[in-house]
Ligand binder design. Structure first.
Ligand SMILES: NC(=O)c1ccc[n+]([C@@H]2O[C@H](COP(=O)([O-])OP(=O)(O)OC[C@H]3O[C@@H](n4cnc5c(N)ncnc54)[C@H](OP(=O)(O)O)[C@@H]3O)[C@@H](O)[C@H]2O)c1
Length: 217
């Protein structure tokens, strides 16, 4: 099976890449490729592709690259945004959050629906069980992007229910996305291991009966 993993150089995407490596042909993409070079070493069935998902022109090239690779599955992990009060952060940082966490996934979903990725059976995005459903102070652009992603996927699923379009929404995970001073760490909230979450993701994504929207906390 060919799988495109987008946002695979650290965090949840990296853990899923580790699980996928021995069984599949992979296209692994993120901005930085160094961690992936070490991971894949001389594996012949793996391609690495550097792309900045916040840049529209780079994402259009990524779409071309995915078309050539012809994956059976596309899994998009990237997301993020600035931490702080909305009005105090730079506009460019909010734009970055919306692009990486919503507009780029939306473009990939549109390409999937237009059948640009010929053999592709499944597309999966990562939401957030917290930020997509409730207010998330100091993360307004991230939170609004995750709300939008959930709205988009649930709506498109009603329009085209014969397609395997999914949203995986974990709770807090112990990755670089959650800085040392992040609110859930300070409050002593439960923080999941990304290795454990990757196992759950893997079993759910490969299960043809998996729920279209799966929350894990
Ligand atoms: N951590 C949490 O507490 C938490 C909770 C709920 C949901 N989530 C969601 O789970 C997903 C994975 O989160 P994570 O914690 O694993 O994140 P992470 O550790 O920050 O990793 C993000 C991955 O996406 C890539 N990426 C980020 N921006 C990119 C860009 N502009 N262009 C290309 N690649 C980019 C990063 O690689 P490079 O930097 O090398 O490009 C990295 O591989 C995200 O959608 C996040 O919103 C996270």
């Amino acid at each position: 099976m060919r799988i495109a993993l987008l946002g695979a150089s650290r965090g949840l995407g990296y853990e899923v890449a580790k699980l996928s490596l021995n069984f599949n042909e992979l296209l692994l993409s993120s901005r930085k490729l160094e961690p992936l070079q070490t991971l894949v070493e001389d594996k012949k069935n793996t391609e690495l592709y550097s792309c900045d998902f916040s840049l529209n022109s780079a994402v259009l090239d990524l779409v071309k690259k995915i078309k050539q690779f012809q994956p059976h599955r596309i899994w998009y992990f990237a997301g993020g945004g600035p931490f702080g009060n909305f009005g105090e952060k730079n506009w460019q940082d909010h734009q970055w959050a919306w692009q990486v966490s919503f507009l780029t996934p939306a473009l990939l979903l549109h390409s999937f629906l237009k059948e640009n990725f010929l053999e592709c059976e499944q597309i999966v995005f990562v939401g957030s069980s917290v930020a997509e459903d409730q207010a998330d102070p100091k993360a307004a652009s991230y939170c609004s992007a995750k709300h939008a992603l959930k709205g988009l996927i649930s709506t498109v699923n009603l329009e085209s229910n014969n397609k395997d379009i999914r949203l995986f929404s974990p709770s807090y995970m112990d990755t670089k996305l959650l800085p040392p001073n992040a609110y859930p760490r300070q409050q002593g909230k439960k923080i999941l291991s990304p290795t454990l979450v990757a196992d759950v993701f893997w079993n759910w994504a490969l299960n043809s009966d998996g729920e279209k929207h799966f929350r894990y906390s």
